[in-house]
Design a protein around this ligand. Structure first.
Ligand SMILES: NC(=O)c1ccc[n+]([C@@H]2O[C@H](COP(=O)([O-])OP(=O)(O)OC[C@H]3O[C@@H](n4cnc5c(N)ncnc54)[C@H](OP(=O)(O)O)[C@@H]3O)[C@@H](O)[C@H]2O)c1
Length: 246
C-alpha cells in the first residue's frame, strides 16, 4: 500500500473517532489497543537522550519491555543494565523492529536520517514523536518545519508512520518523576489516527500524565515550547488553553 493511501486511511479513522468505531490493529491475535491497556507492551525507543531515558525508564517501571537505542550502543547497554530485566539495548533498527510501539526522540535534524535508516520498519507502526524543530539546533529543516507546523512536517518526514505527537511541550526534567503524582499534569497530544491514539493513551498515563487530545496533526504545531500549551498545566488548564487555539 502506498504512503498516501495509508495516510488517507488513518485520517479517515481519526475523523471517525467521535462516532464510528475505528478499524482495529491486531497483533499476535490480540488487538494492539487491548495489549496497551493490559500494560505489557514491547516498546522501541530511537533516541535515548534526556527525553528517551526519562520516558523509557517510566515505561520499564510500569512493566513494559523497552529497547533503548541511539548511535551509541555503549550508552544504551549501560542504561539498560541500570534499569533491569525489562530494559534492553539495541541499534535503532533493532529497536524499531522490536517495538510494537516506537518512540522517536531525536533532534529534529536527525529525522531525515531516521527515515532513511528505519523507514521500512516504522511504516504502518504506531510512532510517538517527541521531536521539536529549533532553528538554532536543527537549521533549515526547522525553519521549514515551523512554517509547515511541526505535526504536518513530522508526517512528511516519516511517511506511513502512524504518528502521535506527545511529550513535546513539557521539559524533560520532571518527566521521569511524573508517575509519583499520576494525572496531575495534562499531556497535550495530537494525531490523525484513532487506533494509534487508543494505543498511546495508556502509555502516556503510565508515565504519569493525563493525555489531553488537542486535535489532528495540524494542531501538532502547538505542541512545542514557545506556544500557550508549553509547560506544565493541569489537564483542565490544557483543555482551556486548547479551546483558545481553535
Ligand atoms: N529536552 C527536553 O526537555 C525536551 C522536551 C520535549 C521534547 N524534546 C524534543 O525531543 C527530542 C529529544 O530531546 P532530548 O532532549 O532527549 O535530546 P538529547 O538528549 O540530545 O537526545 C537525543 C538522542 O537522539 C540520539 N540520536 C541523534 N541522532 C540520531 C540518529 N540519527 N539515530 C538514532 N539516534 C540518534 C542521540 O544519541 P547519539 O547522538 O549517540 O545517536 C540521543 O540519544 C528533541 O527533538 C527535542 O526537541 C525535548
Amino acid at each position: 500500500m502506498n504512503n498516501k493511501r495509508i495516510h488517507q486511511q488513518h485520517r479517515r479513522r481519526f475523523l471517525g473517532i467521535t462516532g464510528v468505531a475505528a478499524a482495529t490493529v491486531v497483533l499476535n491475535g490480540l488487538p494492539l489497543a487491548a495489549r496497551a491497556a493490559s500494560r505489557r507492551m514491547k516498546i522501541g525507543i530511537v533516541g535515548s537522550g534526556k527525553v528517551g531515558t526519562a520516558i523509557g525508564s517510566s515505561w520499564v517501571r510500569a512493566g513494559h519491555t523497552v529497547m533503548f537505542s541511539s548511535r551509541s550502543i555503549d550508552h544504551d547497554e549501560a542504561l539498560a543494565a541500570r534499569l533491569g530485566d525489562n530494559a534492553l539495548a539495541g541499534t535503532p533498527r533493532q529497536a524499531a523492529e522490536f517495538g510494537e510501539v516506537v518512540m522517536i526522540s531525536v533532534p529534529y535534524h536527525a529525522l531525515p536520517d531516521v527515515r532513511k535508516d528505519l523507514g521500512d520498519l516504522i511504516e504502518g507502526k504506531v510512532v510517538i514523536d517527541t521531536c521539536n524543530p529549533f532553528v538554532w539546533r536543527d537549521g533549515e529543516l526547522a525553519t521549514w518545519a515551523r512554517e509547515k507546523g511541526a505535526g504536518l512536517a513530522s508526517l512528511e518526514l516519516l511517511p506511513g508512520a502512524r504518528i502521535v505527537r506527545a511529550f513535546n511541550a513539557i521539559g524533560y526534567v520532571n518527566m521521569g518523576n511524573a508517575y509519583q503524582q499520576p494525572g496531575r499534569i495534562g499531556m497535550p497530544i495530537a494525531s490523525d489516527d484513532a487506533d494509534a491514539i487508543a494505543i498511546a493513551l495508556p502509555l502516556i498515563r503510565d508515565v504519569g500524565y493525563e493525555p489531553v487530545m488537542i486535535g489532528g496533526m495540524e494542531m501538532g504545531k502547538y505542541l512545542m515550547p514557545g506556544t500557550p500549551l508549553a509547560g506544565e498545566h493541569t489537564p483542565k488548564e490544557v483543555r482551556e488553553i486548547a479551546a483558545t487555539l481553535k
